[in-house]
Design a protein around this ligand. Structure first.
Ligand SMILES: [Zn+2]
Length: 49
């Protein structure tokens, strides 16, 4: 089966549009899933919600 979904690591910063880098993964017990925390070179932090 084709897997052409763009990888989550290609998320872009809402402020400067640069690619975000995963800095941490945390377990979210409410969603029963891992949530990634991304940080941009400009200092913007984005949660994968
Ligand atoms: Zn940025």
């Amino acid at each position: 089966m084709p897997t052409d979904d763009p990888p989550k690591s290609q998320l872009r910063c809402p402020k400067c549009n640069r690619p975000l880098r995963v800095i941490e993964k945390v377990w979210d017990p409410k969603k029963k899933a891992h949530t990634c925390i991304y940080k941009c070179a400009c200092g913007e932090v984005v949660w994968d919600d």
